[in-house]
Design a protein around this ligand. Structure first.
Ligand code: GMT
Length: 376
């Protein structure tokens, strides 16, 4: 099949999922065309089966807002015709489903019928999409997609609660390439660069937006380091990074917290991590938690959105009420203070992550593509 994938090419989870899916589909013989404004960060190699087409939006002084949707839908039309693409798969509803639908209609005018699959990822529904300024257009473009998927049961429930959706929503969980994590031993694991042998390493990875409750990450770590020697690795960039640095300074723990910025090599960081913190306000799935778990890192998280579909309480980590820093710190120390507990949770995290093996999930997407052809 020739498939166009539209996504955000950044470090965000939706772009990562779209990119990993495209790579896996290409490995299974499909021809993949990424159509976006920049080469996706996780897409290292282009090849015979993987192509990238950049969407350019020329600046024009008349425009207060540059018309990205227009450029994207034109690019989709041109690429579908040029490469004889069979199907559009758009990740993140805003504005991709809207632009995809416009492309479909333009192509229909020329007698070309092409199905469109829309995958909902989370904030496109829960935070941004449901805003009154966008809601009508998001509802319209979800209903006009041939097939709609969501990355968790929780996100499906949120979508049906927040929008007037006429389409069936298929839940396809996010996934992980298990084959990259067969051995726990990462060959290039440089733990000694980050901490001494007696220190536990706690990690948080995100886009540092308010929804991630970065202040809670720092406060949980503060409680942990009062009782055991520990370091905190903060990976990612975003508006909450500076306030977090200030909070660390205020608490007098700046020397124990390392802000690493965005990284393409999170496996190298996770390989020496003992615990992962994800105290988010909401999270449709929590791909970062799954990436930690496959590296045998237990997760202390909030019990919200789709997180409990990924992190199993008492097995791969613990779940607490959003904002309950005390409970999260207590749970973290329960795991970290007792080596037998830590080993048990490391094993539990890895075993739970194996359920999300990419090889189980990609065929489900292929079946969804068949369904889209029937619906179009
Ligand atoms: O977490 C973010 O804010 C980024 C966002 C995105 O769209 O890239 O992540 C969302 O999609 C991920 C992949 O499906 C999910 O794992 C994240 O849970 C989800 N984020 C939220 O719902 C806040």
């Amino acid at each position: 099949m020739k498939i166009a994938i539209v996504c955000y090419p950044t470090f965000g989870g939706s772009g990562v999922v779209a990119t990993e899916l495209g790579i896996a589909l290409a490995n299974r013989g499909h021809e993949i065309h990424f159509i976006t404004y920049k080469q996706p960060v996780r897409l290292a190699l282009l090849g015979e089966n993987i192509h990238f087409h950049e969407v350019n939006v020329p600046e024009y002084p008349l425009f207060h807002y540059q018309p990205y949707e227009l450029a994207l839908s034109s690019k989709l039309v041109d690429m579908v015709k040029l490469h004889k693409i069979d199907l559009l798969h758009v990740h993140y509803a805003i504005p991709h489903a809207y632009a995809g639908y416009m492309a479909k209609k333009m192509l229909a005018e020329e007698g070309i019928s092409i199905p469109m699959v829309t995958t909902l990822h989370g904030t496109d529904i829960t935070l941004v999409g449901s805003h009154p300024f966008y809601k009508s257009a998001v509802t319209f473009s979800i209903n006009k997609s041939d097939v709609v998927t969501s990355v968790s049961e929780s996100l499906k429930r949120d979508t049906l609660r927040l929008f007037d959706i006429k389409k069936e929503i298929d839940v396809i969980p996010n996934f992980i390439d298990v084959s990259k994590h067969i051995d726990n031993e990462f060959t290039d694991c440089q733990r000694s660069l980050m901490a001494t042998d007696d220190e536990k390493i706690i990690t948080h990875i995100s886009n540092f937006r308010p929804v991630k409750r970065i202040g809670d990450v720092v406060r949980i770590f503060n409680e942990i380091q009062k009782e055991i020697p520990a370091k905190l690795m903060m990976v990612g960039e975003g508006p909450e990074r500076e306030p977090a640095e200030l909070l660390c300074e205020e608490l007098g723990i700046l020397n124990k917290v390392i802000f690493l910025g965005n990284s393409n090599e999170i496996d190298k960081i996770l390989c020496f991590s003992d615990l992962f913190l994800l105290p988010s306000e909401t999270e449709s799935f929590g791909l970062a938690a799954l990436e930690a778990m496959i590296s045998s890192v237990p997760v202390i998280s909030s019990n919200t959105g789709g997180i409990p579909e990924v992190n199993v309480h008492g097995v791969s980590g613990y779940l607490s009420t959003v904002g309950d820093v005390k409970d999260m710190s207590r749970n973290a120390l329960k795991i970290l203070k007792d080596d037998a507990e830590l080993q048990k949770f490391k094993k539990g995290a890895k075993e739970q992550a194996l359920a999300f093996d990419i090889n189980k999930i990609v065929p489900i997407y292929e079946a969804i593509y068949q369904k889209a052809f029937e619906m179009a």
